[in-house]
Design a protein around this ligand. Structure first.
Ligand code: CA
Length: 582
C-alpha cells in the first residue's frame, strides 16, 4: 500500500463516527462524485448504474468470514425488491407498499419509518404485487414513489412529509414502483401500467419545491414524429411504461430510461413499430426532450419490456473508444449501444434456444421475427416461445467492473405459452387489465437461472453460476474482485469475479428479489440486502414468505460504539402510555 492509497482510506471507509441524521444531505456535487465514496447515494450507486463499489476491505481471501451484524423486519409478507440508500451513517430502504424505513446503518437502530395511506381498490392496478424499489436522497429530503402514483418528499431526519405530488391518476391504471432518480436538482420518476393500457411518461420535479419541471411521453402524440407507427388511436392506450430507474450521463446531459411493452400484448391490432415501446430513450435532463430512441423489440407481442436501465460504460471496441450503454433485455439479448447517438454496436444472446426471432440485423440490431411465434387475437395458443416473458433478464440490475470491463448478468432460460383472446374480448377500459393474452411459464431444463460474466470488449462469456430456480436478485461488484447476488432458494452469495467460484453463502430465510449493496462506516465495510419472496418471483416458486433486511460485516472487526448495540427506544410514540399519576 503506498502513501496515496493510505490517504484515500478515510474517504473510502467513511467518517470515524457517524453523525446519524441531522447533517446536510447530499448535494448535486455529492451525487456526481460518488465514485470514490464508501456510501451508496443513487439507486445504481453511481449515475452510470454500474453497482460497482470501490471498497476493498471485504475481498476474496476473507469473505468467508462475513457474518450478520444486524437485521430488521420491514412489516411485510410481500415481495421486497428495493436497493438501500446509505448516506451519512443512515440506511434508507423501502419495504412493500412504499413503506420507508431509516436505520442507523452501523447497528440497525430504527430512526424513523413512514407508510403512505393507500386508497381502497388499489390492488386492481398492480400487475405484480405491492412492490417498491427504493428511495432517492437529495438535500433535506428522501423521495419515494407510491403505488397510487404519487411522489412524496420526506424529511431525511424525521420522516415527516415535506410535500407530495400526484404523478398520475391511479384509477386509470397508473402505478409507481421504481426508485426515483435525482439529477441536477430534479427528481425524475417513471410510471408502471404497461398491462393497463396507460400511455407511459417520465416526469421531472424540482427536488426542493416539488414544482413540476417537464413531462416526456414515451409514445409520440398526434402529429409528432413516430406517431405514424401506431394505427388510429391505438397510441393513446399503447403502454410504454417507465417503471424502472434510469441512468444519467452528466457530460452528455442525457438521462437513459427504458420503456415497457406496448398494450395490449396482442400485436395484430396495432400493426407498426409502436414507438417508443420496448425501447431505450435518451432524454435531455434539462428539458425532457427525447434526443434519440433505440427500439429493442419493434411491434412487441411477448411482453419483452425494455425497462431495466442500461449500465453506462466507457469501453474499447476494435481498439476504438466507445461511450457505451449496456443492457440485458427480456427478449434474450445483451445489447451494446453507442450512448451518444443510440447507434447499435452489437448484441449477443444471453440464453439458449431463443426462437421468437431468427436473429438480429448485424448493422441495426432489428430482429427478424419468426411470425409463427407471434400470438394473435385468434384464441389459439402459441408455444413454446423462448425466452418467456420474464426474460432473459428482467428488472434485477446487473453490475459491471470498469477495471476489467466485465458485466455480471443474471439470466433465466425458460419458455412460455401465449394464448391471444378474440378481438371482442380485448376492449380497453380505464384502470382494467389490458393484455388480451393468457400466459404460462415453463422450465426447459434443470437449470433456469444463471449468473453470467461477460467481457464486453472481447464479447466473450467467461463463467456462470447455475440455479435450479429463476434468478430475480440484482448484482453488486466490488473493486476487491467480488460479485454478490442471491437466489430464490434464499441464499445470498459472494463469488470470485475472476472465476465465478462461490466463496461464501448465507441462507436469508426467504427468496431474494432485491439488490445487494455495500457501504463503509467508521473503518468497517458492510454488505446489505433485503430478503422476501413476493411479486413476480412468487408466481413461479413457493418459498416461505417473510422479510428481513440483513446486514453483514467481517467477523472480528469492531468499531466499538457502533457494535455495542447501545439500547435506545427508537419509537417512543409506539410504546405504552405512562401510568397516569392521578
Ligand atoms: Ca410488461
Amino acid at each position: 500500500m503506498n502513501r496515496t492509497m493510505l490517504c484515500m482510506l478515510p474517504l473510502l471507509l467513511g467518517p470515524a463516527v457517524s453523525s446519524i441524521a441531522g447533517a446536510a444531505g447530499p448535494t448535486d456535487a455529492d451525487l456526481l462524485a460518488t465514485k470514490g465514496r464508501g456510501d451508496w447515494l443513487n439507486y445504481g450507486r453511481t449515475y452510470d448504474n454500474q453497482r460497482f463499489s470501490p471498497l476493498t476491505q471485504i475481498k476474496p481471501s476473507n469473505v468467508k468470514n462475513l457474518r450478520p451484524v444486524w437485521a430488521a423486519g420491514l412489516n411485510s409478507l410481500d415481495g421486497l425488491e428495493a436497493t438501500p440508500i446509505i448516506h451519512d451513517g443512515v440506511l434508507y430502504v423501502t419495504g412493500s407498499h412504499a413503506h420507508v424505513f431509516a436505520f442507523d446503518a452501523a447497528n440497525g437502530r430504527r430512526l424513523w419509518s413512514w407508510a403512505p395511506e393507500e386508497p381502497e381498490g388499489l390492488g386492481t392496478v398492480l400487475c405484480c404485487g405491492p412492490v417498491n424499489r427504493g428511495v432517492a436522497i437529495y438535500g433535506d429530503h428522501v423521495f419515494v414513489e407510491t403505488l397510487d402514483a404519487k411522489l412524496v418528499a420526506l424529511n431525511k431526519d424525521t420522516g415527516a412529509v415535506a410535500w407530495e405530488k400526484v404523478i398520475a391518476d391511479w384509477q386509470t391504471g397508473y402505478s409507481a414502483t421504481g426508485a426515483p432518480l435525482v439529477a441536477k436538482g430534479k427528481v425524475i420518476v417513471g410510471v408502471a401500467g404497461g398491462e393497463y393500457g396507460v400511455r407511459g411518461f417520465i416526469k421531472a420535479y424540482d427536488a426542493v419545491t416539488g414544482d413540476e419541471k417537464w413531462t416526456s411521453y414515451t409514445i409520440p402524440g398526434a402529429g409528432e414524429p413516430g406517431n405514424d407507427s401506431w394505427p388510429g388511436d391505438t397510441w393513446k392506450t399503447g403502454g410504454g411504461a417507465t417503471w424502472q430507474t434510469g441512468a444519467f450521463d452528466p457530460a452528455l446531459n442525457l438521462l437513459y430510461w427504458g420503456t415497457s411493452n406496448p398494450g395490449p400484448w396482442t400485436s395484430d391490432g396495432r400493426k407498426g413499430d409502436n414507438l417508443w415501446t420496448a425501447s431505450l430513450l435518451a432524454i435531455d435532463a434539462d428539458t425532457g426532450v427525447i434526443k434519440w430512441g433505440y427500439q429493442y423489440t419493434p411491434n412487441d407481442a411477448w411482453d419483452y419490456d425494455g425497462n431495466n436501465a442500461p449500465i453506462l460504460a466507457d469501453i474499447k471496441l476494435d481498439g476504438k473508444p466507445v461511450k457505451a450503454a449496456l443492457q440485458s433485455n427480456r427478449n434474450g439479448f445483451f445489447y451494446v449501444l453507442d450512448r451518444t447517438n443510440g447507434r447499435f454496436l452489437y448484441a449477443t444472446p444471453t440464453v439458449d434456444g431463443i426462437n421468437w426471432t431468427s436473429g438480429l440485423d448485424p448493422v441495426t440490431g432489428r430482429p427478424k421475427v419468426n411470425e409463427d411465434k407471434r400470438p394473435l387475437s385468434d384464441g389459439k395458443t402459441v408455444m413454446p416461445i423462448v425466452p418467456g416473458l420474464e426474460g432473459g433478464t428482467n428488472w434485477f440490475p446487473m453490475a459491471y467492473n470498469p477495471d476489467t470491463r466485465v458485466a455480471f448478468v443474471p439470466t433465466n432460460t425458460w419458455a412460455m405459452s401465449l394464448k391471444g383472446y378474440l378481438p371482442e374480448d380485448i376492449q380497453y377500459e380505464a384502470g382494467k387489465v389490458y393484455m388480451g393474452v393468457d400466459y404460462k411459464m415453463y422450465r426447459t431444463g434443470e437449470t433456469v437461472g444463471r449468473l453470467r460474466a461477460f467481457d464486453v470488449e472481447k464479447k466473450k462469456w467467461l463463467w456462470e453460476i447455475p440455479s435450479p430456480l429463476p434468478l430475480f436478485a440484482g448484482v453488486l461488484a466490488t473493486k476487491s474482485g467480488l460479485v454478490f447476488t442471491g437466489d430464490q432458494l434464499g441464499f445470498l452469495y459472494a463469488a470470485d469475479a475472476k472465476t465465478g467460484e462461490v466463496l461464501w453463502r448465507f441462507q436469508t430465510g426467504s427468496g431474494l428479489n432485491a439488490s445487494p449493496v455495500t457501504y463503509a462506516i467508521g473503518g468497517k465495510q458492510y454488505v446489505a440486502i433485503l430478503s422476501g419472496l413476493g411479486g413476480d418471483p412468487s408466481f413461479y416458486y413457493s418459498a416461505p414468505k417473510g422479510n428481513t433486511l440483513w446486514v453483514f460485516a467481517l467477523e472480528g472487526l469492531s468499531t466499538g460504539k457502533a457494535d455495542a448495540g447501545e439500547w435506545k427506544p427508537d419509537a417512543i410514540p409506539e410504546m405504552l402510555d405512562p401510568l397516569p399519576t392521578r
